[in-house]
Each structure stands twice: as structure tokens, then as C-alpha cells.
Design a protein around this ligand. Structure first.
Ligand code: BGC
Length: 630
């Protein structure tokens, strides 16, 4: 999908901060919406905050404070919904029940004792019909908590991310782990009556992948299965397993949203398929879309050139014909139970960091098209409570040098700070989208000395500060937090093709004392150059999983394994290239390379079709080189 530019830097970078970060603390920040603060003379104060609301649904945080003169040893909260259609569907940190419009909540086993001036956090998801007014008659243990300043019942969606139930300092019970899903607790479901068959709308949680089941793209899975059947034997059996994993859906043109030639369905078709999967799942479905149609897209490469150009009014078209329809579709009430993750414009801002010498990138920069397009997309998407936003930060082999790193943090931070909700508009960042950089080089570290020389000084690393993605992401996350982003941001890594298993994978560090020999014999990244990005024989990597490490929301498969990065030779627009994809020599196995890959061979697999098309021989290699193996 993309090239990168090496920027040599002869100075030593700082040693990586490898110490594991503390688990991100989920903060009760940014609560907006309808809030009723009810003061009691002598016993209790209840704060009822509608943290998000959408047609037919809402989510509430409650804070109970003991304003009396003695400790509560157990508590019962009562209040009455003013409107007849209001109902609790799922609560946490308390046992919720409802009779008519009267709601009763008793303490959970762990939060019954509340000292004077202490408080308890709890909350619930609910439904409403005609209006959603705020209750006023709160009482704790039969003691009225006083009058109230009622919130309005206007069904205005509040875009601010709401804290998850896990944000309270109380234990939450563990849910039953589901294969391929996660181990993170889901909200304590203590509401009565028991959940109905209608899925309740998703709240904006801190980590959308936690406690969720990943969407299986049925069209991609069908290609995987057909390929597996055509190959047969042991390899075919392994290939068939791949169809069971969640992959992202790429919205790479207007036709991908509306439907058209070259696309098996449109955006609504994917969301409908996700609803079908939700109907037979006890967990919420998380579906990931790549937002990928900026004007002058892929400005430094040719294989994933886009349909829009800056000079042809591309920014306005992007906003009105691409982003607006996406946002309108995501906003539909029938999809409000899904967790919709968006990956924002891979490679775009990174290209503005390193590739301004290329005219298409310079134009994307000087016109403001990339920055404004991304800000427009984030504003529209952030306004939808069940949509999650992760912004692309390329990968360590591209932005790992100190200058590139700092310039990227500045540009990306400023772009996001320029949105309506600023640093609170996003959920995190993603690295290695559609690339091949290992999550971890298992047998060496960047600053380890070999023959007196640091590993990172080897020709293969060109003094880059990072040899793998995890330390890069940890440092990026810290750099963004230092820029004012909340500590709730989490990182994603695309592990779809960075496994580097198979027969050529080293099994331990080399004993060589020459740093270049050592690195070449030790690295699992078998590319000729880290600048190589097209159809590499990398191998499927870690399976999608939530919370793989502190600070990381998930390992995800963004590039669907088996889909080409670009054609090995020029394929003119026609039956084998319906959308008019370009040809980049980095996809030609016979091309000698250029400055972006240190004039090394491309290492691209031969006979590949255009970007995005199914590439069976390439898929065979990715499965054979999978690590962990299938
Ligand atoms: C292509 C897209 C494709 C995506 C996923 C990109 O390189 O340009 O058209 O959907 O890869 O395969």
C-alpha cells in the first residue's frame, strides 16, 4: 500500500521506555449531557448524568454520595422515571429492578459500605419512547435526597465518550470468555427483567474490542474458503481456519459505500450482516471499517491511488459524497447496538511527514486537503456514540527516526486538536496497517550492542530507533498523552501479515559478532528492506485479540490476508481491474528498488492481481508462514 522514506539520523535515540505502562485508568472525564444534581439536607446526594442518548436509547451514570452523619451498611436507591416508556435494560455496580416506572437499585456485594462523604458510582443502559426526562425523586434507604434540577429530555445525541462500567474502582465479575473474543469484563448485567431479544444499544466503552465478538466479513470468508477448497490437503485445512477470524472492511471509494462494480455489497449490506451475527451472539459485535478515500490518496505510491484528486474538487466530494453517506448510514438506529470502529486514512498524514518531495503529497499538504478531510471525517464520526476512531500512525520502519517521530506526533496531534472535540474525539491510534513490521523482534533489542555496535545501527535498520512495533507504539502513546490526549487512548496493531514464521524464521539470536551479520541472521523480518511494502511473504501474525498488553486495545487484522497490495505488472482498467487501480514498481519482483528501499530488491511475490483483489498464491504463502502457525 505504501512506501516510506528512510531518514537517516546519526544520533542515538533515547533508550526505549520498555517498562510496561500501568493499565490505562479509565477516567470519569468529560461527562456531558443532561445532569441532575440533587442535594439532600442530611442523608444523600444523587447525581444522575445522561452520558449519551440516541433515538430510543440512553446511558446513565449515577453517583450516590453519603452526605449524612453515619456510614451506610448497605443501600437501596429508589427513583421514578417520569415518562412511561423509560426502562432500564442493563445496569452495573448495583442490582437493578423496575416495577412500572419505579426503579429500585440495591448495592452490589462489594459496594454496600459507604462512609460519610464517600460516594458510589453505578450506571445503566436504558430505553425510552416519546421522551427521556430526568427523574427527580431520588431516595436512599427511604430518605429523600431532596429536590432536583431536572435535565431536559431532548433526544440529542451526546458525542462525548462515556466511561465504561469498569471505570469505577469496584470489581466487575468476569464474563465467559468466547473463542476469538476477549477476556475483559462486560458490564454487570443485573437489571431485571432479563434481556429481551432486542439488542440494547451499545454505550461508548473505552475499548470497543474488549468483551466483544469480531465481525466476520462473509464475502472475504467465502474467498478464503473457496481458496482453501481449491488447494485441498493439509494446507487447505489450515487455510479454511483463517475464515473464522475477523477482518476489516475497506471503504476505499464512494462505490464501496453506495454499492457498485467491484464490490460484493455496500456499507449497509455489511452492517446488516453484522446485525445478523449480533442476533446469534451473546456479546456485542465489533465491526471495523477503514476510511480510505482522501483526495490524492496514497500520494507517494501508485498501487492504491484513489478516485479523488485535490485539483478536481476532491475535498468537497470526499466530504459530501463519501463521509456524509458513511455517517448517515452509521447513525441509523437499527445499527446502534454495534460497536463500529473506524481506521482513519492509512498513510495519509505520515506521507505529509516524509514525502513532501513528491508532487501529489506536496499538493495534499499545501491545499490542506488531508488535514481538513481527516478533521471533517473525525467530526462526523465522533458525533455518533457507537462509532470509535483510531488514527493511523504508519509503522516504526517509516516514522521511527527521531525527527520523523516528533514531526508525526506534532502533525497528527494538531490535526486532531483542530476537531470540535479535540483530543477527546478519538479512541486511539493504529500502527502497521497493511504493513509487515513485526510486533516484536523476539531475539534482539534495538540498543543491544553487537561487537560494540547497537543493533539499530545495522544496515537493515539504518539507525532507526525502533526495530519492531510494540516499543514504537508505547512511545507514540506516551507522546500523544504528553500532548494532552487522555490516558484512555489505546493502540492497535495490524497483525494480519507480520508473523514471519515458516522455515526461514530464526529460532534464536545469531552468534555473529559483526552487527550486520548478526541482524541479518537474527531478525524474523525477512524483507530485503524495511521499505518493502508490497506482497511480502510475511506470514499471518497474531490472531485478533483484545487487550494484548497494557496500553494496547487490540491486535487486529486490517489488511484481509489474501488480498493483494498491488499488481506485479501493469493491468489496464478492465475485467481484471474494474476500479482502475494503478501499478507500482514496488510490486514488481524484478524491479531493482529505489531510495525508499535502499535500492534493494522488492521481494514482492510474483503474479499478483491489483490491490484488494484475491491473490491465492500469496495467501498460500501467508498461511505457510503464519506465526503462530495454523
Ligand atoms: C487497496 C484497497 C483494498 C485494501 C484491502 C488496499 O491496498 O487499495 O482497494 O480494499 O487494500 O485489501
Amino acid at each position: 500500500m505504501t512506501p516510506h522514506t528512510f531518514r537517516r539520523q546519526s544520533l542515538w535515540g533515547r533508550k526505549h521506555l520498555l517498562a510496561l505502562l500501568a493499565l490505562p485508568v479509565l477516567l470519569l472525564t468529560g461527562l456531558v449531557g443532561n445532569q441532575a444534581r440533587v442535594h439532600a439536607a442530611s442523608y444523600c446526594q444523587v447525581t444522575y448524568t445522561v452520558v449519551s442518548q440516541w433515538p430510543g436509547g440512553f446511558s446513565v451514570n449515577l453517583v450516590l454520595q453519603n452526605t449524612g452523619s453515619s456510614t451506610w451498611n448497605g443501600w437501596t436507591l429508589t427513583f421514578t422515571f417520569p415518562a412511561s416508556g423509560q426502562a432500564v435494560t442493563q445496569g452495573w455496580n448495583g442490582n437493578f429492578s423496575q416495577s412500572g416506572q419505579n426503579v429500585t437499585v440495591t448495592n452490589a456485594s462489594w459496594n454496600g459500605t459507604v462512609a460519610v462523604n464517600s460516594s458510589v458510582n453505578l450506571g445503566f443502559n436504558g430505553t425510552w419512547t416519546t421522551s427521556n426526562p430526568t427523574p427527580t425523586n431520588f431516595a436512599v434507604n427511604g430518605n429523600a435526597c431532596g429536590g432536583s434540577s431536572g435535565g431536559s429530555g431532548t433526544p440529542t445525541p451526546t458525542p462525548t465518550p462515556s466511561p465504561t462500567p469498569g471505570s469505577t474502582p469496584t470489581p466487575t465479575p468476569s464474563p465467559t470468555p468466547t473463542p476469538g473474543a476477549t477476556v475483559t469484563p462486560t458490564p454487570t448485567a443485573t437489571a431485571t427483567p432479563a434481556p429481551t431479544s432486542t439488542p440494547s444499544p451499545a454505550v461508548h466503552v473505552d475499548n470497543p474490542y474488549a468483551g466483544a465478538q469480531g465481525f466476520i466479513n462473509p464475502y472475504w470468508a467465502a474467498e478464503v474458503k473457496a481458496g482453501a477448497a481449491s488447494v485441498g490437503g493439509t494446507l487447505g485445512q489450515k487455510e479454511a481456519q483463517v475464515a473464522n477470524y475477523s477482518t476489516a472492511v475497506w471503504l476505499d471509494s464512494i462505490a464501496a459505500v453506495t454499492g457498485g462494480t467491484g464490490y460484493p455489497t455496500n456499507l449497509a449490506g455489511y452492517l446488516d450482516a453484522a446485525e445478523q451475527q449480533a442476533a446469534s451472539s451473546s456479546l456485542p459485535i465489533v465491526i471495523t471499517f477503514v476510511i480510505y478515500d482522501l483526495p490524492n490518496r496514497d500520494c507517494a505510491a501508485l498501487a492504491s491511488n484513489g478516485e479523488l484528486s485535490v485539483s478536481n474538487n476532491g475535498l468537497a466530494i470526499y466530504e459530501s459524497q463519501f463521509i456524509d453517506p458513511i455517517a448517515a448510514t452509521f447513525s441509523q438506529a437499527k445499527y446502534s447496538n454495534l460497536r463500529i470502529v473506524t481506521i482513519i486514512e492509512p498513510d495519509s498524514l505520515p506521507n505529509l511527514v516524509t514525502n513532501l518531495s513528491i508532487a501529489k503529497c506536496a499538493e495534499a499538504n499545501s491545499s490542506g486537503a488531508y488535514v481538513q478531510g481527516i478533521q471533517y471525517a473525525i467530526n462526523k464520526l465522533h458525533a455518533i456514540p457507537n462509532v470509535y476512531i483510531y488514527v493511523d500512525i504508519a509503522h516504526s520502519g517509516w516514522l521511527g527516526w527521531t525527527n520523523n517521530f516528533q514531526n508525526a506526533v506534532t502533525l497528527i496531534s494538531n490535526t486532531i486538536k483542530g476537531t470540535t472535540a479535540g483530543v477527546n474525539s478519538i479512541d486511539g491510534f493504529i500502527s502497521n496497517t497493511a504493513n509487515y513490521t513485526p510486533t516484536t523482534e523476539p531475539y534482539m533489542t534495538a540498543n543491544e550492542l553487537i561487537g560494540g555496535q547497537p543493533v539499530r545501527s545495522a544496515n537493515f535498520y539504518q539507525w532507526n530507533n525502533y526495530i519492531d512495533e510494540m516499543p514504537y507504539d508505547i512511545d507514540m502513546r506516551n507522546a500523544f498523552i504528553a500532548q494532552g490526549f487522555p490516558s484512555t487512548i489505546g493502540m492497535l496493531i495490524d497483525t494480519s501479515r507480520n508473523g514471519w514464521g515458516g522455515p526461514n524464521r530464526p529460532t534464536g539470536p545469531s552468534s555473529a559478532t559483526d552487527v550486520n551479520t548478526f541482524v541479518d541472521q537474527t531478525r524474523i523480518d525477512r524483507r530485503y528492506s524495511r521499505g518493502n511494502w508490497c506482497n511480502q511473504p510475511g506470514g499471518i501474525g497474531a490472531r485478533p485479540q483484545a487487550n494484548p498488553a497494557p496500553g494496547f486495545d487490540a491486535f487486529v487484522w486490517i489488511k484481509p490476508p489474501g488480498e493483494s497490495d498491488g499488481s506485479s505488472t501493469l493491468i489496464p482498467q478492465g475485467p481484471n481491474n474494474p476500479t482502475g487501480k494503478g501499478f507500482d514498481p514496488m510490486c514488481d519482483p524484478n524491479y531493482g528498488g529505489n531510495a525508499m528501499n535502499n535500492y534493494q530488491p522488492t521481494g514482492a511475490m510474483p503474479n499478483a492481481p491489483v490491490a484488494g483483489a484475491w491473490f491465492q498464491a500469496g495467501f498460500d504463502t501467508l498461511v505457510q508462514n503464519a506465526y503462530p502457525p495454523f
